[in-house]
Design a protein. Sequence first.
Length: 382
Amino acid sequence: MTLRKKTLLIVGSMFLGLILILFFTSQSILLGNYLDAPSANQEQLQFIAAYLILSIVGIGLVFGVATIFLLERQVISRLSRLNKSINNIAESGDISTRLSIKGADELSNVAGAINGMLAALQEAETKLKERYKEEKALRRELQAEINKRVEFTRALVHEIKTPLTPVVTASELLLDELKEERALNLAQSINKGAYNLNQRIDELLDLARGEVGMLSLTPNTINPMQLLQEIAQSTQPVAQSNGQSLILELPSSLPPVWADEDRLRQAVLNLINNAFKFTPEGGKITLRAKKDGVNLVVEVQDTGYGISKEAQQWIFEPYHQIESKRARHAGLGIGLSLSKKLVELHCGHMWVNSQEGKGSTFSFSIPFKAANQKEESSKEVL
């Protein structure tokens, strides 16, 4: 029986009781009028009338109590149990609990709907926990693989650099001793090759450190114009030997920047070396810097072969390199990736603009802000 039918039954019972009360009351009134007539049994009839009135009141009370009892049992108590059960679930957070409201009315339907919702939430929570466990296991496996690769890289670097160090030292000593031009040129080639190999090894190690978040900075206030001038001066002989021209374009002044000088130098040198690699003889490489609001922007532009739109999507990924027979030499594909990581450690970002056959421009931006803050705090202390 539905809740609506039960309510109608209770209300109907109340109306029936009321009708009976009115009926008997009217009869007693008529009887009273009748008793107004003189009679020998008037006292007895009055007693009967009083008895009937009391009976009517009693019947009305019985119907009232029955109505209240049925209403409390069928509606109020069940609503109270439903409310209490829902509050307990909300406080405990235990969605495995189910509501126990029996019957076939609207309250039972509401309880069933809530139970269905709790069952769906429990199933979703179980799936979420399982997925979390799977992802946690995958993260552990991935971290283990990364650690293995870092350890392998460290071991490899150590094994290569150990015999390379005396080669560099010996070639430097040999340069000091040799006087004959041919022998001197050979020694310079040995020294240059050993030095370049040593740099590539350091880059490989830095990239491995960056992949596990172990690449750190030692920042200080530096003069970006002086740094870029030194870089241009040191790379000018390479450009000349390649038959290329290296141009430095700087504004009249630039604010100091809060950065790791060695890491910033490394990032710029990697971009210039990449331009040397993919620019033909007679080409031009331009190193420029400018102030863009609170940021320092550095650009390396070349007139080389350019980069396709597809290659630009992964150009900064490690161990990826552009397949080009026109490149001066093959690399490991780590220079650009390492430069991007170094720039990001300075809270900056790097990007590329290029068109095939029209050269490329690699740019990065890092903030001046940290340096300005430090200078202001120093002035306040003074």
